[in-house]
Design a protein around this ligand. Sequence first.
Ligand SMILES: *Cc1c(COP(=O)(O)O)cnc(C)c1O
Length: 391
Amino acid sequence: MKNLETIAIRTQYERTDSSEHSVPLYLTSSYVFEDAEDMRSQFAEEKEGHIYSRYANPNVEEFIEKLRLMEGAEAGWATATGMAAVFSCFAGLLKSGDHIVSSRSVFGSTHKLFTEILPKWGIETTYVDAQDLNGFQSAIRPETKILYAETPSNPALEILDLEAIGAICKKNNILFAIDNCFATPILQRPIELGADIVIHSATKYIDGQGRTLGGAILSSKEVIGQIKGFARHSGPALSPFNAWVLSKSIETLSLRMERHSDNALKIAELLEKHEGVQSVRYPFLASHPNHTLAKKQMSLGGGIVTFEIKGGIEAGKQFLDHLKMFSLTANLGDTRSIATHPASTTHSKLHPEERAEVGITDGLVRLSIGLENWKDIWEDIDQALRFLRPK
Ligand SMILES: *Cc1c(COP(=O)(O)O)cnc(C)c1O
């Protein structure tokens, strides 16, 4: 069993005496012991077992085991949200005085951790532009412990060279962590390309149906051991119910990622030809600045397309108001197509110069292309762009 589609479906928690085909939901907060000696040895970690669902649960174990195998990691840990995974990674591995180097374009809440929360405990972060390989090398200090990045990044869709940065991290003996939320292991396997840690917001494509929050960290036994040491006692545990939902979702992840990517490529190509559109960004378009690299390290381009609408901030808002089918919501990676306008929403608190630094212009629209028929997706975009044309 080595192909991802099969792993995703056939990795199952062992059956109970009821011989169920589908794994049941273990909605239990704690577990009973056979006797006092069994209890002692489990607490002493001499014997494996479940003690309490903040530490371990069969549904959570099944979910993380699937992702562990799919990412090709030695070990994994599941969390309640993607941000709990990001935070647990830093809290478990770093101490006061340590330093992080990060690519500049990162998820909004990760940026808040770097700029407002981690500095409270004396952990500083230096940002580097994703394309600046020398910049990564020169930002590394003796106290640097982790190099962190997203590829493709949100929402700029920058592609970072995993092999080249992995080599820099190895040379400097620091950990290389990748937020693989946009690609999932179906499109990109960072550990094979030199990353030490992979982080997921399972809320996005892994659930893919807009139902639950969830997160995961995949790495070596040693790294996960340290993260577990923090997480077991601070409590960012994934709920058994959400793990049960997510574990089922993973079974269809490969099919969904293929369709998201096919639909997104079609839409990106059509947008590129549209007169109301200034520019389009999609990793598998030949016009993407890192197109060759994207094709090398990803099997398909993923479901996110961004484009620059002619007419700036007002045109961006008007485009959203004219959409009929697209959902206006903060999530992404859903079966339903979603549109957002970062300059007036998620990134509105940044100064225009700060937005420009992370690739967000006033007219930038982010589309999370869903699984509806692409013709209906395009029809909605096309009719909403009509307001731009002179009447
Ligand atoms: C959504 C997201 C997160 C955070 O995940 P939550 O499940 O919302 O906590 C982290 N990184 C990226 C790239 C995301 O898109």
